[in-house]
Design a protein around this ligand. Structure first.
Ligand SMILES: NC(=O)c1ccc[n+]([C@@H]2O[C@H](COP(=O)([O-])OP(=O)(O)OC[C@H]3O[C@@H](n4cnc5c(N)ncnc54)[C@H](O)[C@@H]3O)[C@@H](O)[C@H]2O)c1
Length: 257
């Protein structure tokens, strides 16, 4: 699909997008950018008040719905509601995520399971719900949030459940891309380095670790939410019409080392 009205394939005019974990951080910035580029966006988050406030701040093309991505019934009901209200779904950004950072020998099964449930099973449940709509429609784009920690063993601190879940998101992306390529649905992922959001609040408060992040990152800085949202927009937009199954690192050179 190209955009003949504006002549730019990076716009999303007339498209409907769902962004999970959109109450703050990368998801919120992505929702704002999508609206700027012409889309209607539904912000999905387990934090209902912040999601409502974010949607109100973005404007009338944005709306919000409370949803825990790890809850099958909530996900299926939420996507049914989106289609009932908006008539279609063109883009899903599987952005909701969490981390519980402990040495592996001290990580409980419950903490391991919660991270896998949100980051991996949540991505599966939302992709399945969106994929049912998109394959029937014959078009759609899904962008998953992986991480450099899904493609490397890390090194800053132990984070096994997060790294395992993001590694799985990488191959979930490739497998869904292959499964749905013939039905007009593209599936890609962005793999960010450390991004300046509340997600790394504890890290930002520790100057020793921050110095180590700068040392480990060839470009020597955190990514901004703009850096990540711009990459998500590219993969979601008609500009990436022949791109599927790709993992786009936005990492200041981390993985190039
Ligand atoms: N910030 C980073 O350094 C970084 C780096 C690489 C990848 N990522 C990934 O990017 C994504 C967004 O990260 P962020 O930095 O914006 O995080 P954030 O903590 O600022 O925001 C995450 C949002 O997801 C929501 N959320 C969490 N669990 C949820 C659930 N079960 N159901 C619905 N919503 C839920 C939260 O309420 C919050 O609004 C995550 O998948 C994260 O793993 C972040």
């Amino acid at each position: 699909m190209t955009n003949s009205a504006t002549g730019t394939p990076f716009r999303l005019d007339g498209q409907v997008a769902a962004v999970t974990g959109a109450a703050r951080g990368i998801g919120r910035r992505t929702a704002e950018l999508f609206v700027t580029m012409g889309a209607r966006v539904v912000l999905l988050d387990r934090d209902s008040d912040d999601a409502q406030a974010a949607a109100a701040a973005i404007g009338e093309a944005a709306s919000a719905r409370a949803l825990d991505v790890a809850d099958e019934a909530q996900v299926d009901a939420g996507f049914a509601e989106i289609v009932a209200a908006q008539g279609r779904l063109d883009i899903l950004v599987n952005n909701a995520g969490m981390a519980i950072r402990h040495p592996t020998t001290e990580l409980s099964l419950a903490d391991w399971q919660r991270v896998i449930d949100v980051n991996l099973t949540g991505s599966f449940l939302c992709a399945r719900a969106a994929g049912r709509l998109m394959t029937a429609q014959g078009s759609g784009a899904i962008v998953n949030l992986a991480s450099i920690m899904g493609l490397s063993g890390g090194g800053l601190y132990p984070n096994i459940s997060y790294q395992a879940s993001k590694g799985a998101v990488v191959n979930l992306t490739r497998a869904l891309a292959v499964e749905w390529a013939g039905q007009g649905v593209r599936v890609n992922a962005v793999a960010p380095t450390w991004v300046d959001t509340e997600f790394i609040a504890a890290l930002k408060a520790n100057e020793t670790l921050m110095a180590e992040v700068r040392r480990m990152t060839p470009m020597g800085r955190l990514a901004s939410t703009d850096d990540i949202a711009n990459a998500i927009l590219y993969l979601a937009s008609p500009a990436a019409g022949m791109v599927t199954g790709h993992i786009l690192a936005v990492d200041g050179g981390f993985l190039a080392q």
